[in-house]
Write a protein of this length. Sequence first.
Length: 219
Amino acid sequence: MAASRTFLYSLYSLLLFVACGQALKFDVEAYHQGDSRGQRCIRNFVARDTLVVVTATVDGYKGDGMILNMHIKDAVGNEYGRPKDVTGEQRMAFTSHADASFDVCFENYLSGAQGVRHPVRHVELDIDIGADAKDWSAVQASEKLKPVETELRRIEEMVAEIVSEMEYLRSREQKLRDTNESTNNRVKWFAFSTMGMLVALGAWQVIYLRAYFRSKHLI
């Protein structure tokens, strides 16, 4: 029992460290609209039908000479939000439509002709995926769970997500292995076919030249 508790505590600490590692702090400098230097994107991978909560805290205020826009999209073309002129805390939740990476992009550009002394917006970005994105306080209240039971439920879901991701990676590896073996077989048979064609061409040239020289009474 003690060993199980130690294992669960260690696993929970590891998962909590991974979750906390997703919080980012960075600056986005403002440029004139259309300048790609004023854009910064953060990429993450998510499985299909997974809840994702993106929380961005932006300093500054509206009308300070800068406009910061957000754009959330994935690699296959799905769009999940495009809030404009973001200041303060902006929270967006969505469910992924595909097994793909998604980008959270920030674009900061100058809104007026007057100069800005320090044209930079500071952004704190937190991306919660899967079990981390759930409101566990609401789950605990609705199901009348004890704090320990809530934490165990959360750990259980996080472990299930890790297992699911490992299964996905294993299936991807199997597909890549099958593709590699199929490509090797095709290359092998192509090489054999090429060698056979070269041998046949060489034999035909010998027969043709022998017939030609005989017709000319050279041999």
